[in-house]
Each structure stands twice: as C-alpha cells, then as structure tokens.
Design a protein around this ligand. Structure first.
Ligand code: CA
Length: 725
C-alpha cells in the first residue's frame, strides 16, 4: 500500500499539471517536464526541505505547508476541479473528530499523508486517499488552561520538515513528532508555564529552524518570537516585541529606544504585543515577518498614561532569518487601544504596480485597512479600506500613520463607539490570493462595540483573567448607541470579499446568510473554496463571485480548506466544527456536539455524512427559555460589570457567544443557582476548560453574574418573540 501510494503520488504530479498547468508553468518560469522529476517519497516521509518548498509549484498536488508555499498565498495550481465540472463534486471520505471546541487548522498533505490539528492541540494523520487514520497524538493539555486561552482552545495546524511534524501546543510546548508514527521526538517549553501564555498558531520552518510565537496579551504577557533548531529543539534566537522594566537583561538597545514611546510603569501589565498568528518567511528577502497584537492593558490611560506610540504593539516586524535581528517595522496602530492586533495573515506576491513588478508584502488586518508594502524595505506602497471602519478616515501614505477619528479615543469619562469591534474586519481566518485573477479573497466581518476605560485608580491587575482595563457596557456607551444614526451594536454582517490589491478596491462579495468568518483557498481552476456558519461548504467563481457549488457539512466552518492529488485524483479537504451547530442542524456525530469532522471531496464522490439525528441530540431551532428574573437591579448591574471583566472574553460580550464557548443565555444552570455556583465557584466543569473563578470573584459576584445572564436572556427572548409576531 505504501509503495503503491508513493509511486502514484510521484506520477500524479506530471499528469495533473495538465493543459491548464502549462500556462501556469510559463508564468512561474518552470518547465513542465521538471514536474515529472519530482522524487517520490514513501508514505509518511514528510520529506519537506528548503529545495522542495522552493519548487512547490512543480508538485502542485502537494500542500506541504499550512499556507502551501513560502508566500502563503493559499493558491493551488491544480485545475482538475474547475468551473466546468465543480458541480460534480461529492464527498470522498470523512473522519469524525473527538473534540468539540473550535477547529481552525488547514490540512497539510505531503507524501500521501494528510495532517490536521484539532482543538486541545491534538494531531491526527490520515491516509490522504482512503481516509484511513494512521495515527493520533494527544499532548494531554491541562483543561484548566482554557481559562487563559482568550479565543478558544484552538490550534491552526502543523508544519512538516525532514520527517518531522511540528506542533505548537496550547500550554506553550513546541513538539516535534515522527511523521510516520506520531511519536514525540523532542519537546521544549517555549514559555514560562506560570505565566498565562498559550500557543494556537502554526509553527513555520525557516532555514532548518522552527519559528514560533505565543498569545496572552489580554492577561499579563509580554510578546516574543523564538526560533529553535528543527533537529535538536535548541533555541537559536528570540525577539521580544516590547520592552521590559528598565535594567531587564532582555532589553536590547532597540527595545531601550522603543521604551521612549511608553509612559509610566507599563511593564507591570506585561506589555502585550504577542505575535499569536502570522509568521511568514520570504526566501527572496531572507526576512521573517510577524504581526504583533494589542498592548496591555487595552486602555492607554492605564497602560501608558500620557499616550505614546507604545512600540512595537500592533506592528508588522521584519527580522533577519538567520539571526532574528531587527530589519524593519511598520506600526499600523500607534498607541492602539481597540485590540487592533495586526497578527492577521501576511502574504508575499509579485504585483504589477504602475507598470513595474514589485515584490510586496500584503495584509488585511482587523483595522479594516488593506496594506501593501515593499517586502524588502517595508516602505508603504498603498493602504485603503477593504471594510467599513470609523476609527480612522485613511492612512497617510507619507508617514504611514492612520488619520484617527478623535471620537474613537476613550478614557474613564469618555466613551466611544468603534468599528470594527475587537474581533476585527478580518481576523486570523486565512485569506487567499490568485496570481491568475490578481485578487485577494478576504473573509470580512462587520461589527461595532463600545469602549470606556476602567477607573484607573481602582484598576488592579489580576492573575489569569482579562486585564484589558476597559468596560464595554456603561451608561455613556448605551447613550452613544441610542443617538440617531448610531451604528448597530455587535455583529452586523459578514461576507467573502474579492479585493484588488493594486487598485485597492472591492471587486465582488458573496454575502453570508449567518454571521461569521471562514477561511478561504483559491485554485488555478478559478475557484474560491470557503465554508460558512450556515453549515455549507461552497465553491465560487474566482472572477465573479457566482456560487457554482455548495454542499452541507452539518457544522459551522471557520477553518480554510486545502487541495491535493493522489493517483490522479484531485481532493479538497476541510476541517469543520466551531461554536454550536448551524441554525436547524441536528447533532449527527457521536464524538462531538458541534459535528466536528474532517471532510474530503472529489469529483463524483458518493460518500454521505450521517443524516440521522443522534438520540436526544435534536436541536431543531434553539429558543431562549430562561427562568424569570429574581435578582435585584443592583445585582444585574454588578453582574454586568463582573461578566464584562471575567467572562465576556470567552463567552461573548453582553452574554452573546461569538466563539466556540457556550452561550450562557441557553445554559440549563440558569435554572439552579446551586448548580451555577458549582460550576462558577467550585469548578465542577474544570475538565471541560471551565475552571473555578473563586479566587477572582468578590462575594456575591457569581450570583450577580447569574442574574445578569438571566436578565439578558429574558430581554433577548422578548425581542425574539416580538420579531416572530
Ligand atoms: Ca488581542
């Protein structure tokens, strides 16, 4: 089986390149004949190296890195599935996933094996043709760590290199697995386990090193990115993104200079600026790029009283690959206080701009502005809005600074309504770029939120909870939202947008029926593939946005697909499952309440997902059914404040879930205060990631939150009923 697979995988390359592939090969300057010389590797070899990555376009049937190539364009040269035949796409095989939190990873497929990660940092390897599970790896993450995983206990995928599979685990370990067996080859702790760091990002391989960052800038963390030798796990370099306290040995001369852009005792909060998602290596410039997140606290009054740019928060940083030494930076949001992380996917491309081919770096960050830089120098080429944003009117192309709306800044006494809200116009969800159409495909979400600073003199940093120093519900915020012409509060709408990065303008959009972002992939067959939060997986015409094919996947989709060939057959693979279930979708999986699955499609595929609802698992249309409010007005107000600080990060603003974490308005525990306290105070659901909050909640606050949620659920139930009338 192994030999047969590897032989056919090798042969496949030449054939699938096909007729349309010739044009592409010319574009890429690679002779078509070179494709057939690609060496075959036995099943599970994971034999990725620099030479193979550099010539990835000569084996288009392989998806050997999360973003496929170093450019991370998520563009596949395959044309086997195209506009003419995509309507015949059917399920080839599927695999049930045994965890039900958010599933965010892109399948990596190399040497006949498909690798994914799931929630709780588990890795699974499948025979990419048959779907047979080859191995599982579970790093056995302490479920209590869910408390400091700001945005769910997710993982966005693996890296393959010279026989090993690399995983950044939620608890800060970087783990090298044997590609054939899944056995641990080495493991290093990249973070201080006493600090609330987590890892959810894909490790990237750069010159035989594994580069990894971390998350935690809502708690008390200081960001950094490190490189480890891929063979030994020995650390080669580390780059801190913000200064520490004066005199700290990790303060380089660069960071001492950066410290001049801060005020007060900012190090007490950790500084933030964690590089939690994108890391990109560009062999043309030999630079490694990463984006940093918000400063800590979010509120600048608390973080850096008196303001300042607070370098290097909300910045793209380029370092020299071999040494990790600073090359350049571009701060997108000086003195950010809106959680405008610019950790969103970066990609390189060659764009023809004003008659000249430029090698550029591109990003569509949370802020709503699309950036194009010269990849070597970081010089800004263009920046414009790809989505509505009220916090700044434009980017000054001379200085690179945003022209801020003065109403967007807030403090203790002044509230602001800001668009986009902290989840951003575009978050981590992979975007894709087609060199054929010249368009970038961006999953866009429109939203707004209110901000006001917590009272600085009363604000205390607490361990392992949000220390953002903000409130999102206050009388002033409510009054702003009540003014005529105010933006709608919360989530507004979402869509897949095709964007021309040269002209800086939208070309088409495909609106979502249900709100939510979902990763994208584009192919040389001129198809854009993306899922949605209505339980569908669809293919769109890359030039017009027309929906050409769609299938039910019975689950919310947030991850991006990938595509590959085995024995001449092109497959499209996607990991599904997040939050709860799409509207009206029953549970059909025995192993996960949100129908988490790996689904793999091919032309003429005839496999079928289970259609029978699980016994007792029907969730037809979820209706709010809370008990009557028995708490006092004071309890509801106190509960609202405590919820905002300790619960909203995971469970969603105003009690409305926006991630894979339960929506408390539907909780059966609302029927019993003692059951509620058992969970919130005593930690009875610790094994599911809901730890005890006894140490941070003041007396009576657990009960106050209980009444606040009941109050919210009753208000929302009344609006639902009014809407149905
Ligand atoms: Ca953040």
């Amino acid at each position: 089986m192994r030999q047969q697979l590897s032989r056919s995988a090798g042969r496949r390359v030449g054939r699938t390149f096909g007729v349309a592939g010739i044009g592409l090969a010319l574009i890429l300057g690679a002779p078509v004949a070179a494709a057939s010389k690609t060496p075959a590797h036995p099943l599970g070899s994971a034999a990725v190296d620099t030479a193979r990555m550099l010539s990835a376009d000569q084996e288009p049937g392989t998806w050997m890195a999360s973003g496929r190539t170093y450019s991370e364009q998520r563009f596949s040269p395959l044309t086997g599935i195209n506009k003419a035949n995509v309507s015949k796409l059917g399920l080839a095989w599927f695999g049930d996933i045994d965890t039900e939190r958010g599933q965010e990873s892109t399948p990596v497929v190399v040497d006949g094996v498909l690798y994914i990660t799931t929630a709780w940092s588990m890795v699974k390897a499948y025979d990419a043709a048959s779907g047979k599970k080859l191995w599982d790896y579970d790093p056995k993450i302490d479920r209590a760590l869910g408390q400091v995983a700001c945005c769910d206990v997710v993982n966005r995928g693996i890296a393959a290199w010279q026989g090993k599979i690399f995983l950044g685990a939620l608890d800060g370990r970087l783990i090298a697995l044997n590609g054939k067996t899944g056995k641990v080859e080495w493991s290093v702790q990249t973070t201080d386990p006493k600090q609330p760091y987590t890892i959810t990002q894909v490790p990237r391989i750069v010159k035989g090193m594994v580069v990894i960052g971390n998350a935690g800038a809502e708690y008390t963390c200081r960001g950094y990115v490190s490189a480890y030798d891929a063979n030994s796990g020995k650390m080669k370099w580390r780059f801190y993104t913000v200064p520490a306290a004066p005199g700290d040995p990790t303060n380089t001369p660069l960071l001492e200079k950066a410290a001049k852009s801060w005020h007060g005792e900012f190090w007490k909060y950790g500084g933030g600026a964690t590089a939690w998602d994108t890391i990109l290596y560009d062999p043309k410039t030999d630079l490694v790029y990463f984006g940093t997140g918000n400063g800590l606290s979010w509120s600048q009054d608390i973080r850096s009283p008196g303001g300042g740019d607070n370098l290097f928060v909300s910045s793209v940083i380029a370092v020299h690959a071999a040494t990790g030494k600073y090359a350049w930076h571009f701060q997108e949001v000086p003195g950010d206080e809106w959680d405008y992380d610019v950790t969103n996917p970066l990609m390189t491309a060659d764009l023809k701009i004003k008659g000249q081919v430029r090698h550029v770096l591109m990003q569509a960050p949370k802020t709503g502005f699309f950036y194009v830089w010269d990849a070597k120098t970081g010089k800004l080429i263009s920046a414009d809005k790809f989505a509505p944003a009220n916090w700044a009117s434009k980017i000054d192309l001379k200085t690179g600074r945003p022209v801020e709306n003065p109403d967007a800044r807030y403090n203790e006494t002044k509230a602001a309504i800001v668009q986009p809200a902290p989840l951003g116009a575009h978050n981590w969800h992979p975007m894709a770029y087609s060199p054929k159409t010249g368009l970038v495909y961006i999953p866009v979400t429109e939203s707004s939120t209110g901000f006001q600073s917590a009272v600085a003199k009363d604000f205390q940093v607490k361990d392992r909870v949000y220390n953002t120093g903000t409130v999102s519900f206050s009388d002033k915020i409510t009054s702003l939202y009540g003014q005529p012409g105010a933006l709608p509060r919360g989530n507004i709408k979402s869509y897949l947008e095709a964007y021309d990065p040269v002209a800086q303008k939208e070309v088409w959009r495909a609106p979502d029926k249900d709100y939510g972002a979902h990763g994208a992939m584009v192919t040389a067959g001129d198809l854009v593939f993306s899922g949605d939060w209505s339980g569908r997986f669809s293919a769109y015409d890359a030039r017009t946005g027309a929906k050409l094919w769609s299938a039910s996947v019975q689950a919310d989709v947030v991850a991006a697909p990938s595509t590959y060939t085995i024995a001449g057959v092109q497959y499209v693979a996607l990991l599904v499952g997040a939050r709860g279930l799409p509207p009206g979708q029953p549970r059909t999986s025995e192993s996960s309440a949100n129908n988490s699955r790996l689904v793999v499609f091919k032309l003429g595929g005839t496999a079928e997902l289970p259609s029978k609802p699980m016994a007792g698992g029907t969730v037809a249309v979820r209706r709010l059914d809370p008990p009557l409010l028995t708490g006092t007005n004071e309890q509801v107000i106190d509960g609202q404040g405590a919820y905002g600080r300790y619960c909203a990060g995971c469970h969603g603003q105003g009690g409305v879930a926006d991630k894979s974490i339960p929506d408390l308005r539907y909780s059966s525990a609302l029927k019993s205060l003692s059951e509620w306290n058992a969970i919130v105070v005593e930690g009875s659901r610790k094994d599911k990631g809901m730890v005890s909050f006894k140490s941070v909640l003041a007396d009576g606050q657990a009960e106050a939150i209980f009444h606040f949620i009941i109050s919210q659920a009753n208000k929302d139930k009344a609006s639902e009923q009014a809407a149905r009338r």
